[in-house]
Design a protein. Structure first.
Length: 178
């Protein structure tokens, strides 16, 4: 018997001051049985950082040929490909052929090693790579409930997240800009 995903309902009041983007997002997020809560929240943050029309979560870990998040144009071409974690260089090379904008958000303790090993090869690709601070992702997961309201304010390289049970700051650094 296969395990089913855990479903989370998030209502996010988003204010991205850098992009002058303000929106209320109603997201239903499925946490894959093999996915950690930290990875799921890194996906949610990546979604907020790139929020725009036609941006959606994909089947994620269930569909190996799809990113975690993507956006399509009206004629169904991929306009944005977002992977969360530490993808293989070959996967990202393929993504750069499929989408004009590719972004990676790494987040855990092995991200430094992954980047050190693949940095030279990633430099050859048109891809932006960002690294969330692991400690702040862990702090964020401490606030998660199955149904929740969040206020996310993005400014610079920090997202200020407030919920009814507390708040935290999640910061990141840019490892490579496309």
């Amino acid at each position: 018997m296969a395990f089913k995903p855990t479903i989370y309902k998030l209502r996010i009041t988003l204010a991205d001051t850098d992009r002058n983007y303000y929106e209320t997002l109603n997201l239903t997020v499925a946490q894959h049985p093999s996915e950690t809560l930290e990875r799921m929240m890194a996906r949610v943050l990546a979604f907020c950082l790139n929020a725009r029309e036609y941006l959606v979560f994909t089947k994620g870990l269930c569909a190996v040929d799809e990113p975690d998040i993507w956006a399509h144009t009206l004629d169904d071409r991929i306009s944005l490909w977002i992977d969360v974690g530490e993808p293989a260089v070959e996967r990202i090379k393929k993504a750069t052929r499929l989408a004009p904008m590719v972004r990676i958000y790494c987040f855990n303790t092995k991200a430094d090693t992954w980047w050190a090993q693949g940095q030279a090869k990633f430099k050859e690709l048109k891809v932006s790579v960002f690294q969330f601070r692991w400690a702040s992702i862990q702090e964020l997961t401490g606030l998660v409930k199955r149904t929740m309201d969040l206020s996310v304010t993005i400014t610079g390289d920090t997202a200020y997240v407030a919920t009814e049970s507390g708040d935290c700051e999640v910061s990141w650094k840019s490892l490579q800009e496309a």
